[in-house]
Design a protein around this ligand. Structure first.
Ligand SMILES: [Zn+2]
Length: 306
């Protein structure tokens, strides 16, 4: 009897201590109004002006974050619109050296904030800088600070059998290193958390400089997306290419395995000075993507009337 009492008391003490041990971490990690986070946004703004992106003011957007990178850079996102509606998720800066992808998605956040009437009946989540360590390194690089390509690190079903093997077979290029194990990186876990929390029907991830649109999604309705994409690409004179997917890529994880309509926009160059031009070029098709009518939730979703 006495033994039971001690053990119950022991458990209570353990959880009591655990609660106080975790408290400072949570207070830090959830506070997007902290001076530390504001200083980080200021640092980004300075970096942006060095690229001529003076119209991007990260402090004017309301961000949320729950995790940081190895270099302690917050991984943040913004939420716009009506929670009861289907969600479109936008991702930028997956590869830190694909500079205009970062501009484009920050600019999109400003555009949506400035034109709320266009989006009041939509639900939009924007994460404009997925690899800040790569973006902020002295010379911007594709991989994160662990040298991992975030777009090869998703825990897809074929990762263990193929990711490392394919990387070796293709010459062990450092730029494409998939990591020692799947989902080993904070930047990957961040995207997985966004997908789990918001259950998006559509994702657009922006890259450069391969100059095409690629798409993945539910095999049952991929033809509808292809038809829609062909029309969009004709309108804006941007090539459409079925690029396929890799072990550990977003297209594989979200599009192929989870039936989320997933577009990859490859901009024509990685020149940061082209950011503004690319936004003007692609904003109409991005708005159409937000408006694309889809019913159901993944994995059972389809495009209506296309
Ligand atoms: Zn890329």
């Amino acid at each position: 009897m006495l033994k039971t009492k001690i053990s119950v008391g022991g458990y209570c003490l353990f959880f009591y201590l655990l609660f106080f041990l975790l408290l400072p971490y949570q207070a830090f990690s959830l506070d997007s109004s902290s001076g530390e986070f504001k200083r980080y946004l200021k640092l980004l703004e300075e970096k942006f002006s060095s690229y001529g992106w003076t119209d991007i003011k990260p402090q004017e957007i309301s961000w949320e974050y729950h995790r940081t990178t190895k270099n302690k850079h917050p991984l943040f996102f913004a939420i716009f619109g009506n929670k009861s509606k289907h969600c479109t998720l936008f991702l930028g800066g997956v590869h830190g050296d694909e500079l205009p992808s970062v501009y484009l998605i920050f600019k999109l956040a400003h555009y949506i904030k400035e034109n709320p009437e266009l989006f009041y009946d939509r639900y939009i989540v924007i994460a404009p800088l997925l690899n800040p360590d790569g973006f902020l390194s002295a010379s911007p690089k594709r991989v994160n600070s662990n040298g991992v390509d975030i777009n090869r690190n998703f825990p897809t079903r074929d990762w263990r059998a193929k990711a490392i093997r394919q990387w070796i077979a293709k010459g062990k290029k450092k730029r494409y290193y998939p990591g020692a194990k799947p989902a080993s990186e904070q930047e990957t876990l961040f995207q997985i958390a966004l997908i789990k929390r918001f259950n998006p029907q559509k994702i657009l991830s922006v890259h450069s400089p391969l100059n095409f649109f690629d798409y993945d999604g539910p095999s049952a309705d991929l033809d509808s997306l292809e038809k829609w994409m062909k029309q969009i690409c004709k309108e804006i004179n941007h090539p459409l290419k079925k690029f396929g997917y890799y072990p550990g890529s977003l297209g594989n994880y979200a599009g192929h395995e989870r039936n989320i309509f997933t577009l990859t926009l490859e901009l024509p160059s990685s020149d940061p000075k082209q950011g503004k031009h690319y936004f003007e070029q692609f904003q109409p098709s991005i708005s159409k993507f937000i408006d694309l009518p889809i019913v159901g939730f993944p994995p059972r979703i389809r495009i209506i009337g296309k």
